[in-house]
Design a protein around this ligand. Structure first.
Ligand code: ASP
Length: 324
């Protein structure tokens, strides 16, 4: 294990939990991104492990299926030296009828230092955070927020474009069910980017313009002159009823292919939070285009961003002398 480096955040973070991007200041978002930047190089070395979080316990509590987010949080905690436990709903007592609050109280009694929670209901992670003594990171709650996804998207963009401010970002597809879209809208607006939502009316929340975004119902017009094209998965598991006529028609009008991409800037980057539905919201060739797509890089930045969030939220335990 690599000796502990001084990775204390450069300035205090005034929140005990990370429940969403809404309400964070540009300075707080900048702090999280700068801290993440420092881990990117470490994650490319052969020895990826530090000992800063030795003795701390992180529990990943996932009430909803996840592959990349759970793995990413697990790697992040382990690379910082924490003991990481994964609890998934399939093996937990939730299936036996335990309430969310009882689960929180049970876990709390085990004295974890950090809980990473994903839940299918919007607001459930915040509720749980009020019942436990440790820091909580929201790993996605219903269609509400997925803050670490927006942060990793921002880090990917900032590394490629050198800035966030002034960029034109199109977020396309199933906005209605997407916590990724919500967190990204808050982050990009806060950091001075311009956001366009491009979707059929059935997949947009009512009065979405109030969030300070432009809305387009045509892909070619919506992508015109964009610096970033962010595609979203069609979230059929959250749909009760018919939101799109057919997958074939959806791809025809809303799927990203080279023809529609031609409206964006020639150096526009293609992003997707995964998991991708190839041939539904994105054409396979576009997704795999090594000159345009940064989808693989988003996954890489995910580990660095989660390390940063863990480090920053546990800083008050590790460096109490620096907390004002
Ligand atoms: N992985 C992201 C999420 O958990 C996006 C998606 O599932 O489509 O929200």
């Amino acid at each position: 294990m690599t000796a502990s480096q001084d990775t204390a955040p450069s300035r205090p973070f005034p929140h005990r939990h990370l429940l969403g991007i809404e309400g964070l200041t540009p300075d707080e978002i900048g702090l999280l991104l700068d801290q993440a930047e420092a881990s990117v190089a470490q994650n490319r070395q052969v020895d990826k492990k530090r000992s800063d979080l030795r003795g701390l316990t992180q529990i990943n509590l996932f009430f909803e299926e996840s592959t990349r987010t759970r793995t990413s949080f697990e790697l992040a905690g382990k690379r910082l030296g924490a003991d990481v436990i994964n609890m998934s709903v399939a093996t937990s007592s939730i299936k036996k009828g335990e309430t969310l609050i009882d689960t929180a109280m049970t876990l709390n009694a085990m004295n974890p230092d950090l809980l990473v929670v994903r839940h299918p209901h919007s607001g459930a992670v915040e509720l749980l955070s009020q019942k436990v003594a440790c820091a909580v990171i929201n790993a996605g709650d219903g269609s509400h927020e997925h803050p670490t996804q927006a942060l990793l998207d921002a880090l990917t963009i900032r590394r490629r474009k050198g800035r966030l401010s002034g960029l034109l970002v199109a977020i396309c597809g199933d906005i209605l069910h997407s916590r990724v879209a919500r967190s990204n809208i808050h982050l990009l607006n806060t950091m001075g980017a311009r956001v366009r939502l491009v979707a059929p009316p059935t997949l947009l929340p009512a009065s979405v313009e109030r969030l300070g975004v432009e809305v387009h119902h045509d892909m070619r017009r919506g992508l015109a002159d964009c610096d970033i094209v962010m595609m979203l998965r069609l979230q059929s598991e959250r749909m009760h009823g018919a939101f799109v006529p057919s997958i074939r028609e959806y791809f025809h009008f809303w799927g990203l292919d080279y023809d529609k991409l031609a409206s964006a800037r020639p150096d526009a980057l293609i992003m997707h939070p995964g998991p991708m539905n190839r041939g539904v919201e994105i054409d396979s060739a576009v997704a795999d285009d090594i000159d345009r797509s940064v989808i693989r890089e988003q996954v890489e930045m995910g580990v660095a961003v989660r390390m940063a969030c863990i480090e920053i939220l546990t800083a008050r335990l590790r460096h109490p002398e620096r907390v004002s």
